[in-house]
Design a binder for this molecule. Structure first.
Ligand code: GDP
Ligand code: IMO
Ligand code: MG
Length: 431
């Protein structure tokens, strides 16, 4: 395959960044196509840890082109900080290797202010957003008042539009949300500076990608968040505001469906979730605490502790369907060492009825009781395993059961945070 998408099959943080970084060695171009800096993708390379928010996880390999596509929403100040941070660590030196779509929408400080004020007002009913203004930025895109990077080309016209937006947002912030308004003058000045910094990266990324694909280059699409956070197919309203599934590759990068060869779904060997919302296979108590410690399950975007649960095959089957998965990468197998028995949620029960797929209706998933299957665990340290033969029988059985329940073949497995701590059964670029 020449063009491959990597998507999350759970509630985000499945280890997409690590897998993308690993596969980027075989790719020429790595593309983010949706979401914003609500994503946090952690890579550990030669003992050094990097957390990428907007810059694609190809940035740690020299010579790879990194594209931020039109479907993303980009906080310009966050992006500059991220680029500077990478440059300080001797990465992303060549500006020609980072391309930012003219059509990506700009996340403004008023989006952050609205996001945070709304969450504060919701109190216990809050979604638990990252607070990075993602929902309000996508709202403006859909309501056609959003500002895009191409608008910066004519800064005079941009300023008129920006001031108009600030006036409306400040009214809303003050009168409805009872929050502090934005300093409009300071924002115009800040955008002027950001424009000078970011202009060099602007590109018609759809045309660029089309050309790269026509030349036979290998392109890796890096999904953010996960299927259960998808605006249409996730646990609405406890979701993010973008489409996070494989079909978003096309709208979010400007290529057609015929140009994508395959989709690799990433899943943890268990499940985690940050923020509020239903979680049928959730574990509470000392076992969850132990997995959280062992797996370092604290959000890289916000530092919040992640909720922990057993592997949920109902969600995985749902993800396999909506993403049309070619293969699965199961990460963090090493974290489950020492837990015996293990459980897999194979179906749900609501009021005596069994559900093998997602039950319909808001609130249904919150009432769903997991039907578990038990599997024998393993005690071994898996961190040195590099092939299926290096894995104990019970690990292989666990993986085979996941593959059978999801009807998706196993392509990769993760046994540690660092780039090389993985088992590659079938590399999608060599398939
Ligand atoms: P992403 O948002 O999907 O890229 O995932 P995050 O980076 O937010 O969270 C995944 C965390 O697990 C990161 O800290 C990774 O370094 C780490 N990680 C990824 N794969 C593995 C693995 O196989 N084993 C272990 N122990 N850690 C992993
Ligand atoms: P990566 O790409 C985990 C969650 C938030 C919240 C909900 C809505 O690192 O896997 P938002 O700020 O997007 O409006 O918040 O979505 N969320 C994520 N959880 N990983 C992510 O990204 C997430 N992006 C959003 O915690 O529950
Ligand atoms: Mg993450």
């Amino acid at each position: 395959m020449k063009t491959v998408a990597v998507v999350g099959t759970q509630w985000g943080d499945e280890g997409k960044g690590k897998i993308v970084d690993l596969l980027a060695e075989h790719a020429d171009v790595v593309v983010r196509f949706q979401g914003g800096n609500n994503a946090a993708h952690t890579l550990v390379v030669d003992g050094e840890k990097f957390v990428l928010r907007l810059v694609p996880a190809g940035a740690l390999h020299p010579g790879k082109t990194c594209v931020i596509g039109n479907g993303t929403v980009v906080n310009p100040f966050g992006l500059i900080e991220e680029i500077d941070g990478l440059k300080r660590r001797s990465r992303l030196r060549d500006d020609a290797l980072l391309k930012l779509s003219y059509d990506a929408h700009i996340v403004m400080p008023y989006h952050l202010a609205i996001d945070r004020a709304r969450e504060a007002r919701l109190g216990k009913a809050a979604i638990g957003t990252t607070g990075f203004g993602i929902g309000p930025a996508y709202e403006d895109k859909m309501s056609r008042m959003g500002l895009r990077f191409a608008d910066l080309l004519d800064f005079k016209d941009f300023t008129v539009r920006l001031k108009r937006n600030i006036a409306e947002k400040n009214l809303y912030l003050k009168a409805v949300l009872k929050a502090k308004p934005i300093d409009g003058k300071a924002l115009v000045e800040a955008m002027k500076k950001a424009r000078t910094r970011l202009m060099r990266y602007l590109c018609d990324t759809g045309v660029f990608l089309d050309g790269a694909i026509a030349q036979g280059k290998r392109v890796l699409f890096e999904g953010a968040h996960g299927t259960m956070l998808d605006i249409d197919h996730g646990t609405y309203p406890y979701v993010t505001s973008s489409s996070c599934i494989a079909s978003a590759v096309f709208a979010g990068s400007g290529i057609g469906p015929g140009s994508l060869d395959g989709v690799l779904g990433i899943s943890k060997a268990y499940t985690t979730r940050v923020g509020a919302g239903p979680f049928p296979s959730e574990i509470v108590g000392s076992l969850a605490d132990a997995v959280r410690e062992e797996g370092v399950e604290f959000g890289s975007a916000t530092g919040r502790p992640r909720r922990i649960g057993w592997f949920d095959a109902v969600l995985a089957r749902h993800a396999a369907r909506v993403n049309g998965l070619w293969g699965l990468a199961i990460t963090k197998l090493d974290v489950l060492s020492g837990i015996d028995p293990l459980k897999i949620c194979v179906a749900y029960e609501i009021k005596g009825r069994r559900y093998d797929s997602m039950p319909p209706g808001r609130g249904a998933l919150a009432r769903a009781k997991p039907i578990f299957e038990e599997m024998p665990g393993w005690m071994d340290d898996l961190s040195a395993a590099r092939s299926m033969d290096d894995l104990p029988t019970n690990v292989r059985r666990y993986l085979e059961r996941i593959s059978a329940l999801t009807r998706v073949k196993l392509a990769m497995a993760g046994v540690g945070a660092s780039r090389d701590a993985a088992i590659v059964i079938e590399n999608p670029f060599l398939a």
